[in-house]
Design a protein around this ligand. Sequence first.
Ligand SMILES: Cc1cc2nc3c(=O)[nH]c(=O)nc-3n(C[C@H](O)[C@H](O)[C@H](O)COP(=O)(O)O)c2cc1C
Length: 448
Amino acid sequence: MGQRQSRQLVLTMFMVGFGFHNDAWRHPSSRADEIGKLSIIRDMARSAEAAKLDAIFFADSYGTNGLRDGGYRGTSVYEPISVMGVLSGHTDKIGMIGTQSTSWNEPYTVARQLAGLDVLTGGRIGWNIVTSTRGNENVGREEMPLPELRYRRANEFVDVVQKLWDSWDADAVIDDRAGARWVDGARIRDVNHRGEFFAVRGPITIRRSPQEWPVLVQAGQSADGIELGSSYADIVYAVQPEQAAAIDFYAMYKDKVKNKGRDPEQVKILPGIMPVVGRTEREAQELADELADCIVTENGRSTLSNMLDVDVSDLDPGDKIPQERFVDGPQRVKRWYLFRELAKELTVHQLIVHVSRSLGHQFIIGTPATVADTMIDWFEARACDGFNFNPPSVPLGMDNMFQLLIPELQERGYFRQEYVGDTFRERSGLVVSDDDVRRVRARYAPCG
Ligand SMILES: Cc1cc2nc3c(=O)[nH]c(=O)nc-3n(C[C@H](O)[C@H](O)[C@H](O)COP(=O)(O)O)c2cc1C
């Protein structure tokens, strides 16, 4: 058993019952018939908890994102608020991060839902803050707002939500039976917010959470996204498959956090990783080959077309996409542009494999020892503070990660053997400080 390292990995998992590797649900070992039902997601959550992961993560989108064309993993068959509510009764300690859009919701609603879950779970909830890139047609909007507008709204949205979470003091419930007062009204404040997008008086109707407020997660990589994340996020998800670039991104991000008066060690940067693990190199490679065999070329083609807004239906696998077919996407995100540049260099077949595997996240095949070597190397090089696992397949690829890789990381002293602390924040070293609370209150000096 290696010595326990003072700095520990933070590990979360993307909850996708199909497996993150496209078409992995076709593998004979999958439980595809249960996807969308409780049984499979409950078992995934329990396995992640048995592996002592910090949190499970539910993405979300307002739309089927290619579901009818075989693009499964991008569609939210579980709605985050409802699934976290149900899973709270089937798990005990693991954190649960749910995505809620700042583009299509009202802050008062999101603040209540997440605070409600956070209190009910004893402080186990996180919020993945997103600006939506799709779904306008489902909320009565003719057009997608441009990124700059979406981020302006997102900043104000998070401000309002955080202040609403802060509108009850921790000791607001006094339970004074003799004095006939359950709460002390002076310890519950109005927010009185009036901004460009929202007018919210507050306060919220939910008492303060044992972890103060949910863990804030953000994954934008554009300048505006980094601005938002460095102001608020406790956890930053990133697509960083190359170590050198990841080190630069990490240093840049932590600098920004520091310049905003926040503690950089309290902001955890977690790139995605898809580890295909086996007891031997051969076993791992066999699983990787089996998953590659599951890829349906036509599904890959339509995923590719959807992702790039380019028709590739008539192209041979060995062809490159003709330059003149590439279109501009003013409402698209930075990652979209990066992918478009890569797409100009690769053949259709290479692109299909690329989008079908880990969607640009680090993809690694190996034994527990070799995969752990890479993860620890990244961690020690300050390329990351941990990882968000993209399970290659469910349950097989996921179980291999938990049963083979996690014990190796524990053995080497980089990952906890038991949960320590009462809340998600405490367990993951993300405690809200008095300074954080002061910062929120300064932004909103409540009036009236
Ligand atoms: C791991 C990860 C998970 C994400 N999950 C979601 C999601 O559930 N819903 C969503 O709309 N966007 C999601 N995104 C997209 C980002 O949150 C962000 O909105 C997007 O990258 C646009 O911002 P940008 O232009 O600043 O990069 C995710 C990104 C990453 C890297």
